[in-house]
Design a protein around this ligand. Structure first.
Ligand code: ARG
Length: 577
């Protein structure tokens, strides 16, 4: 079963094409803005009529006549609205039928993509020289939600954790590692705080010219493939990845070692990229560096803006690796490559994508998309930092989330056994951090604020988790009853809730297309609101038995919808809270 919107778009689009004798038309169906306008409205009539010099109301009329010849059972009636919209009223019996089918087969709530494709999602991608910090939170969480949605839609998804594991810093780090660990030989301990390890190494590098010289030499050794240096580097990378994996586990993020697409993977391709750019005549030299100038990129004063691909000392750059990675993605027949990366890298990706296309490293059959996100700000409106101005380690932030949630749960529910309070706190704390991020439009900066994200009111994880647990507790009160079909939609609150449930599919379609998980968050929040209205206005356990069963079935389907939605966001709901 296709989503409601998808289905309406296709039948109305076809009727429009017939009426205008054209190949295809965009019906532009949206959910109606006011109840009087029906459940959906087709807005495409206006623009399509204008394009053809027709009066919109005439076209609307023709479309309605043609649809009425064999009106699908889903539609109860159609009306012309305003200057030429078509208002669509859905039939109650079809809503009941579809909802009942979804109770019996919950996977039907989310229709698969019509044309599944192969998608690569580059996300999280921390730099392994340092520990993961708050700057990695958004990309990791948003990327993981997108990946879950794409997979649920039936696409083949290749996760790509493009970790920064190569470059001059690693020479410094392994030199320091030899020195520091040589003395105490307890490597995991020495690296247990990567942040201070990095700081100390940097200090040594800055203070001691002999150390700095050894560090520089070790980079050369590393790059020339010296076995000892490589294995020291591997040890460091392995340890650093372990830090990342602990964070992924705490966050319930699906990335594993198998998903690594490290920068070092492309080392051998970089010189080839330069040679190939040379062959295409795209390469230019500027101040000894190798660059590509494309006419569409210029600086503030109109001066041409280069993409530098090789430094004057022969070193390659971030951009060279990204070009090599695009070429591999294209060779792998990936059709859509998403880069969930900070908005501040927007120019980098525009340039890299344009150069990749100009050089033929990728064709039009590969869609390259920068899924950018804004910065996480503190309450003071500046990038989020500790009080002393340091970057906040992600592992510590997540611990704090759990502790704050634990205090909250204890306050609300002091009699619950401690282990249970801990479990709830973990789910609520981590869920709150993830949801706070996912529910904001990803493209803007957002303010990280503990008290709003942990509130039980408003568009928050605690509110949704609580709504879910509450429905589950209602269902536990009526275990012996069968409730697998929806028979009554007599109250408007019942109908509104049921229709909303059937709209999960089109929301997921939109997230697949736009990669905006906040659309799903808004939907779940509205769904919970409609459930509360239903709960207040429609007695569940007290009414006639057939009505009770239908309402229990609606509760069950609401819970199912919430669960599927939350799980796609990477949040597992709790049965009890
Ligand atoms: N490691 C980079 C950073 O920390 C992000 C990499 C994003 N992915 C990419 N293909 N460039 O900024």
């Amino acid at each position: 079963m296709a989503s409601l919107k998808h289905y309406l778009n296709s039948i109305i689009g076809e009727a429009m094409a017939e009426a205008t004798q054209s190949e295809s038309c965009n019906a532009n169906v949206i959910t109606s803005s006011k109840p009087g306008f029906g459940d959906y409205q087709a807005n495409g009539i206006m623009s399509e009529a204008k394009r053809r010099g027709m009066k919109p109301r005439d076209l609307a009329e023709q479309v309605i006549i043609s649809l009425k010849q064999s009106l699908p059972s889903l539609i109860d009636r159609l009306e012309i609205g305003g200057p030429g919209f078509i208002n669509i009223f859905l039939s109650d019996s079809e809503i009941k039928k579809r909802a009942t089918r979804a109770i019996q087969e919950p996977t039907l709530l989310i229709p698969p993509a019509e044309v599944p494709i192969k998608v690569a999602v580059d996300y999280s991608s921390p730099n392994l020289a340092k520990e993961m910090h708050v700057g990695h939170l958004r990309g990791t969480i948003i990327g993981d939600a997108i990946v879950r949605v794409l997979e649920r839609r039936g696409h083949t998804v290749i996760r790509q954790n493009h970790v920064g594991d190569w470059g001059t810093q690693f020479g410094m780090l392994i030199t320091y590692m030899e020195e520091a660990v040589g003395a105490d030989s307890d490597l995991p301990n020495a690296l247990s705080d990567l942040e201070s390890f990095y700081r100390d190494a940097k200090q040594r590098f800055d203070d001691d010219p002999a150390f700095a010289e050894r560090a520089r030499l070790s980079v050369v050794k590393l790059q020339s493939g010296d076995k000892d240096y490589l294995s020291a580097w591997e040890i460091f990378i392995d340890e650093s990845l372990r830090h990342c994996e602990a964070v992924y586990e705490a966050l319930d993020v699906t990335l594993t070692r198998n998903d690594l697409d490290a920068e070092s993977r492309y080392n051998n391709d970089l010189s080839v990229i330069i040679e190939d750019l040379q062959k295409t005549d795209l390469l230019a030299e500027s101040k000894g560096a190798k660059c590509v100038f494309l006419p569409e990129f210029s600086g503030k004063d109109g001066e041409p803006l280069p993409l530098i691909v090789q430094k004057s000392d022969g070193g390659y750059l971030y951009s060279t690796t990204d070009l090599a990675a695009i070429r591999l993605r294209h060779k792998m027949k990936i059709q859509r490559a998403l880069y969930v990366v900070d908005a501040r890298q927007s120019l980098h990706f525009q340039q890299v994508f344009a150069v990749a296309r100009a050089a033929g490293f990728s064709g039009q059959d590969l869609s390259l998309e920068h899924i950018s996100y804004g910065t996480m700000m503190g309450k003071d409106g500046r990038p989020f930092r500790t009080r002393s101005g340091d970057t906040v380690k992600l592992a510590e932030l997540l611990e704090e989330a759990k502790q704050r949630a634990y205090d909250l749960v204890t306050e609300k529910n002091p009699t619950l056994p401690d282990s249970q309070r801990r479990d709830i706190a973990e789910r609520v704390g981590i869920g709150a951090v993830k949801y706070a991020d996912l529910s904001k439009s990803r493209t803007s900066d957002y303010i990280f604020d503990w008290s709003t994200m942990l509130s039980f009111d408003g568009n928050t994880a605690p509110y949704l988790l609580y709504a879910y647990a509450r429905i589950k507790s209602i269902l536990r009160k009526a275990p012996e009853r069968s409730y697998d079909s929806i028979q009554s939609l007599s109250k408007p609150e019942e109908r509104a809730l049921c229709l909303k449930i059937l709209q999960l599919g089109e929301i997921i379609e939109a997230v697949d297309r736009d990669c905006m998980p906040n659309q799903l968050c808004n939907y779940l929040y509205e769904l919970s609101g409609l459930f509360m209205k239903f709960y207040e206005n429609c007695p569940i356990l007290k009414g006639e038995s057939s009505q009770t069963e239908s309402r229990l079935a609606l509760c069950r389907l609401t819970a199912e919808t919430l669960q599927q939605g939350l799980e796609l966001l990477g949040i597992t709901p709790l049965e009890q809270m």
